[in-house]
Design a protein around this ligand. Structure first.
Ligand code: GDP
Length: 602
C-alpha cells in the first residue's frame, strides 16, 4: 500500500420504487448488531450509517467463502436518504457520489416505473448495483427467519411449493425485467462473476432474512469493482458533497455533508459552491452524532471532533451558509490551500452546468443533481432546454417562458421538479399562456410534458391544416346562370373536393375568374363550404363574365397556391378525403400542363 493512502469505505445508496421497502431495509440494516459481548456494530454518521467489515464478517461467517477473497475495505457507508432523487443530487466530480447501489424490488410486485428509472440512472452513472429482492416473507408458504438466506433456502426449511413460487417470482419479476433492460442477472448464489452478472439477494426487511447476504455481497462487489476508486488520500484535504443545509438550535445554519476523500480538520476552511459561485467560511466545528448512551439531553445531539477521514457523514458548523444548496461540492482546506480549492470548486460547478439550446423550455429543480437528471431525461426525448436552473419558479421565469412561447407555443413551458412556485410567479401565470408542470417524480413530469406537447402539436397542425386552401373541382350546372357578373351567380355541382367561401376560382385554361363570395344552401342560407356531390348556388366576385369566360357545363378549379399544394402533398395527404385527393391530383396535373413545368408543386 502506498504511504499516505488507505482504502476507504465505499458509499452505498438505496434506490427503488415507492413502497418496495427502501426505508424499511435501511432501518433493518441500521439495526444489524452482533451479539452484545462482541465489539463492533453500526456507527451512526450524519446522514449515513457505517457498517464495519468486522461486523459484516461476524454476522455472515457462513457466507464469506462465497467471495473467494478476504475483505480488505474497512466497511461500507450507507447513505440514510433513499431514492433516486438523493442518488442523483449527491454528486462528486465525474459522477454519482455513491460508489455502489442497492436496487430494492418487491419480489412479489416486480419492476415498476421508478424501478426502471432507477436502473436507467444507475446505467447512466455506471454505478455497479445489487438487487435486494425484498418482501421475501410475503411469498406464499415461505418460512422467513432472521439470518442468512443461504441457510434458509433448501428443502429442509421450505415447502417445495414455496420454493417453486420463489423461483417463478425471482425469474418473472426480477431477472426477466433486468434482462430486458440489458443486464445479465441471477440469484447471487448462482453468479460466477459479480462484475458481469447482477447479483440478486432475496431479503425481508421485516424478518431480517438475507441482510447478512446483502452486506457481504455489497462489500464483495465494492472491493472487486472499485478497489482503485476507493484509495483514500489520508493526508489530502477533504472533498465532499453537501447532503443538506439545516438550521440547528444553538448552531444556526449548518451543513450535513458526505466526505468521500481526504481528511477534514477542525480549524480549517470550508470552500463550498452555491448557485452563483463559491463561499469560503471558517469552520467553527466539525460535528458527529453523539452515541445514544452519551446523550444526556436530547437537544445535545452532536459532539465536536478534531478530524474526520473519508468516507464519512459530517455536520459542519460555520458562518455564511445561507446560500449553499444540497448537492454542492465542498472542500475543507488549510488557509494556504483556499485559492486552489476555490478554483477546483468553480471547475466542478462549470463541469456540471447543463448545456442549453438557443430555443427551448425552462427547467427548474431543487438540486444540481436532480436538475441534471431531469435534463437528461428530457434530452432523451429530444426536448430542447433554453434555461436550466436550481431554485424556485419565479415571476421572471414565467415572463421568460412566455416570451419563448411567442415564436413556438411548445416552448412556453416551465418544468419544476421538487421546487416551489413563488406567489408572484403564480400571479404572472394567470396572466400568461405559460404551461407549468410541477411534481416530484421525474418520469411523470417528462411523461406529462410529452402528452401535452403531442396534444399541442396536433392542435397546431390541425389549425394549420384548417387554414390551408381546400382543393375542389366544380361544374357549372345547365340552366343555372342567374347573373353574369359583379358578382356572377350560378349553380354549381362539386365534382371533387370541398369548395369554401374565399377560394379563388380558375377556369380549365388557367384564367383566374374571381373568388367565391357566397355559397347558399337549399334554404337560401349562407354556408361556409360545400362538399363533393352537393349542388349549390354560388356568387363569384371578380373579372368573370359568365357566358363569356365560362359557360354551362364548364369545369372550374379552386386555385391552390403552390406552397399550400406542397404542404398538402407532403404533410397532410392522410388528412384529405379521397375525393379531395382526387381534386388535388387533377389540379396539380393541370397546373403542370399549363405551366409546362413537370415539377410544379413538388
Ligand atoms: P419505501 O417507500 O420504498 O421506503 O418503502 P417502505 O420501507 O416505507 O415500505 C413500504 C411498506 O412495505 C411498509 O408498510 C413496510 O412495512 C412494508 N415492507 C417493507 N419491507 C417489507 C418486507 O420485507 N416484508 C413485508 N411484509 N413488508 C415490508
Amino acid at each position: 500500500m502506498v504511504i499516505g493512502m488507505a482504502l476507504r469505505c465505499p458509499i452505498v445508496s438505496v434506490l427503488g420504487h415507492v413502497d418496495h421497502g427502501k426505508t424499511s431495509l435501511l432501518d433493518r440494516i441500521r439495526k444489524t448488531r452482533v451479539t452484545k459481548r462482541e465489539a463492533g456494530g453500526i456507527t451512526q454518521h450524519i446522514g449515513a450509517s457505517e457498517i464495519p467489515t468486522d461486523t459484516i464478517k461476524r454476522i455472515s461467517k457462513d457466507l464469506l467463502g462465497m467471495l473467494k477473497a478476504d475483505l480488505t475495505i474497512p466497511g461500507i457507508l450507507v447513505i440514510d436518504t433513499p431514492g433516486h432523487e438523493a442518488f442523483t443530487s449527491l454528486r462528486k466530480r465525474g459522477g454519482a457520489l455513491a460508489d455502489i447501489a442497492i436496487l430494492v424490488v418487491d419480489i412479489n410486485e416486480g419492476f415498476k416505473p421508478q424501478t426502471v428509472e432507477a436502473v436507467n440512472i444507475l446505467k447512466q452513472n455506471r454505478t455497479p448495483f445489487i438487487v435486494a429482492a425484498n418482501k421475501l416473507d410475503l411469498i406464499p408458504g415461505w418460512n422467513s427467519v432472521e439470518g442468512p438466506f443461504v441457510l434458509n433456502f433448501n428443502e429442509k426449511k421450505q415447502h417445495p411449493n414455496a420454493l417453486t413460487e420463489f423461483e417463478i417470482k425471482l425469474y418473472e419479476n426480477v431477472i426477466k425485467p433486468l434482462n430486458e433492460l440489458g443486464f445479465e442477472a441471477d440469484l447471487f448464489t448462482r453468479v460466477k462473476d459479480i462484475t458481469k452478472t447482477v447479483s440478486i439477494v432475496p431479503v425481508s426487511a421485516v424478518t431480517g432474512e438475507g441482510i447478512p447476504d446483502l452486506l457481504v455481497m455489497l462489500a464483495g462487489l465494492a472491493q472487486k469493482f472499485l478497489e482503485q476508486n476507493l484509495k483514500l488520500d489520508v493526508e489530502g484535504p477533504a472533498k465532499g458533497t453537501v447532503l443538506e443545509v439545516k438550521e440547528e438550535r444553538g448552531l444556526g445554519k449548518t451543513i450535513d455533508a458526505i466526505i468521500y476523500d481526504g481528511v477534514a480538520k477542525q480549524g480549517h476552511y470550508l470552500v463550498v459552491g452555491n448557485p452563483t459561485g463559491v463561499v469560503v467560511s471558517r469552520i467553527k466545528a466539525l460535528l458527529k452524532p453523539k452515541p445514544l448512551d452519551e446523550m444526556r439531553d436530547p437537544r445535545d445531539k452532536f459532539k465536536p471532533v478534531k478530524e474526520v477521514a473519508a468516507a464519512s457523514g459530517l455536520k459542519i458548523s460555520a458562518p455564511d451558509l445561507d446560500t449553499v444548496i444540497a448537492g454542492s461540492p465542498l472542500r475543507i482546506v488549510p488557509k494556504n490551500k483556499i485559492e486552489e480549492a476555490k478554483k477546483e470548486i468553480m471547475e466542478e460547478i462549470e463541469e456540471t452546468a447543463i448545456p442549453t439550446d438557443d430555443e427551448g423550455i425552462i427547467i427548474k429543480a431543487d438540486t444540481m443533481g436532480s436538475l441534471e437528471a431531469l435534463a437528461n431525461e428530457l434530452r432523451k426525448k429530444n426536448v430542447q432546454i433554453k434555461k436550466a436552473e436550481v431554485g424556485d419558479v419565479s415571476k421572471k421565469d414565467i415572463i421568460e417562458a412566455s416570451s419563448y412561447g411567442q415564436s413556438n407555443p411548445l416552448n412556453g413551458v416551465v418544468i419544476a421538479f421538487n421546487t416551489k412556485i413563488l406567489p408572484d410567479a403564480k400571479t404572472e401565470m394567470e396572466k400568461s399562456d405559460v404551461k407549468v408542470f410541477e411534481g416530484n417524480i421525474i418520469y411523470k413530469l417528462v411523461e406529462d410534458y410529452e402528452v401535452w406537447s403531442k396534444e399541442m402539436e396536433e392542435l397546431m397542425k390541425s389549425d394549420e391544416f384548417n387554414k390551408l386552401t381546400k382543393p375542389a373541382i366544380l361544374r357549372i350546372l345547365p340552366n343555372c346562370i342567374f347573373r353574369k357578373s359583379k358578382p356572377a351567380i350560378c349553380g354549381v355541382e362539386i365534382v371533387y373536393g370541398t369548395l369554401r367561401v374565399g377560394s379563388q376560382i380558375m377556369s380549365e385554361d388557367g384564367k383566374r375568374l374571381g373568388y367565391v363570395k357566397e355559397i347558399k344552401n337549399k334554404q337560401q342560407e349562407n354556408i361556409k363550404e360545400a362538399k363533393v356531390g352537393m349542388q349549390v348556388p354560388i356568387s363569384i366576385e371578380g373579372n368573370i363574365m359568365l357566358g363569356k369566360h365560362a359557360k354551362e357545363n364548364d369545369i372550374l378549379y379552386v386555385e391552390v397556391p403552390e406552397n399550400e399544394v406542397r404542404k398538402l402533398l407532403h404533410e397532410y395527404m392522410d388528412e384529405l378525403r379521397g375525393d379531395e385527393k382526387e381534386a388535388l391530383e387533377r389540379y396539380v396535373e393541370l397546373k403542370r400542363k399549363l405551366e409546362n413545368n413537370m415539377f410544379w408543386g413538388i
